[in-house]
Design a protein around this ligand. Structure first.
Ligand SMILES: NC(=O)c1ccc[n+]([C@@H]2O[C@H](COP(=O)([O-])OP(=O)(O)OC[C@H]3O[C@@H](n4cnc5c(N)ncnc54)[C@H](O)[C@@H]3O)[C@@H](O)[C@H]2O)c1
Length: 328
């Protein structure tokens, strides 16, 4: 039997796009998700095991039954604000859950893993573009869980020969080009889905947190990366590990920063109408500007982003329109 790749959080936003990309690259895939924050339809006809990453017995059995050779590990909670109100929930799921997953993987002889880390591990970077040599300095419980797992992974390599690549994503956005899958605004708190929701439904105004930052237009600058580019980075990371690549952490971004007002302008240009929004006070802990140095991802993984803000906004807008037409 050909070996498979287990994708935890496979029904989630980035997970479902990566499941597709892996299958398009000819891999056998098994998705694993609790479905707490997602719908099973997102994985299409890919085998889906419904369960928790903390369920050692189920993870080990799934790995054995599907002859899993590598894991792509997305399953986690990702709401920064909630993590500052309920830290235990985040440490339990994102850190303890991951440790349990790793033990089950090791028990099933899986020795390669790609982990969803985040650019938030850098906190407010001293210098942009931010490269991997900059210090890890989490400024939220959520970011701390990512930094902790990166360290856990280094020890699992040392002790169990489990090699890993931690991909430090910048801001995932956009949807598949055929509008089949995208970021459900029921669950999403990110700028682009929230802005498109405000524009299409008018049920709530978008809040822009501060317009007095030291940036050209006063709003925060972020590196938005198309979700299909992100999915392709996972395929490259899986290949790199299969070729014997060492445990490491790599940024995954475009290298281009866009301000909040630039993003709103791009959405308005695609939709042909304004995004209802209001400027409110800055949010605590929001870095002024962050975008990626892309040197390492190019050199190590041979990967670079293909798409920019235009494709991100066009695909996201099309996906949300399609969802409204479908009545969901
Ligand atoms: N979206 C971003 O911009 C971004 C940026 C940096 C890092 N990340 C990380 O990428 C990963 C995926 O993010 P996403 O945007 O696709 O999120 P998502 O919420 O859409 O997907 C996460 C999936 O994991 C599942 N899940 C959560 N806890 C689980 C558990 N204990 N057992 C099994 N399944 C569980 C959820 O049901 C969901 O389907 C997360 O780890 C997130 O922290 C996301």
């Amino acid at each position: 039997m050909t070996s498979s790749i287990l994708v935890t959080g496979g029904a989630g936003y980035i997970g479902s796009h990566t499941v597709r990309a892996l299958r398009e690259a000819g891999r056998r895939v098994v998705a694993y998700d609790s479905l707490e924050l997602s719908e099973p339809s997102a994985v299409g006809d890919t085998p889906l095991v419904v369960g928790d990453i903390a369920d050692h017995e189920l993870v080990e059995r799934t790995c054995r039954e599907h002859d899993v050779s590598a894991i792509v590990h997305f399953a986690a909670y990702k709401n920064v604000g909630e993590s500052m109100l309920s830290p235990g929930k985040y440490f339990r799921n994102n850190v303890d859950g991951t440790v349990r997953l790793l033990d089950a993987a090791v028990a099933a002889d899986v020795r390669q893993i790609v982990f969803s880390s985040s650019c938030s591990v850098y906190g407010t970077p001293a210098v942009v573009p931010v490269d991997e040599a900059q210090p890890v300095h989490p400024e939220s419980v959520y970011a701390e869980t990512k930094a902790m797992v990166e360290r856990v992974l280094r020890w699992y390599d040392e002790v169990h020969d489990l090699r890993s690549i931690s991909l430090r994503y910048f801001n995932a956005a956009g949807a598949s080009f055929d509008s089949a899958i995208g970021e459900d605004w029921t669950y999403a708190l990110n700028l682009i889905p929230v802005a498109i929701r405000a524009l299409l439904t008018g049920d709530q105004e978008l809040q822009v947190f501060g317009d007095d930052f030291p940036t050209p237009d006063g709003t925060c600058v972020r590196d938005y990366i198309h979700v299909d580019d992100l999915a392709a980075a996972h395929v490259a990371a899986i290949d790199h590990l299969a070729d014997g690549g060492d445990t490491t952490a790599v940024n995954v971004g475009t290298g281009v920063g866009s301000s909040v007002l630039e993003v709103l302008g791009a959405i308005e240009a695609v939709a042909g109408k304004p995004v209802p929004h209001r400027i409110v006070a800055r949010r605590a802990g929001d870095p002024v500007a962050t975008f990626s140095d892309t040197t390492r991802s190019r050199q190590l993984l041979g990967w670079r982003a293909q798409y920019g803000l235009q494709e991100i906004v066009e695909t996201a807008y099309r996906w949300h329109l399609t969802q409204l037409e479908r009545g969901s």
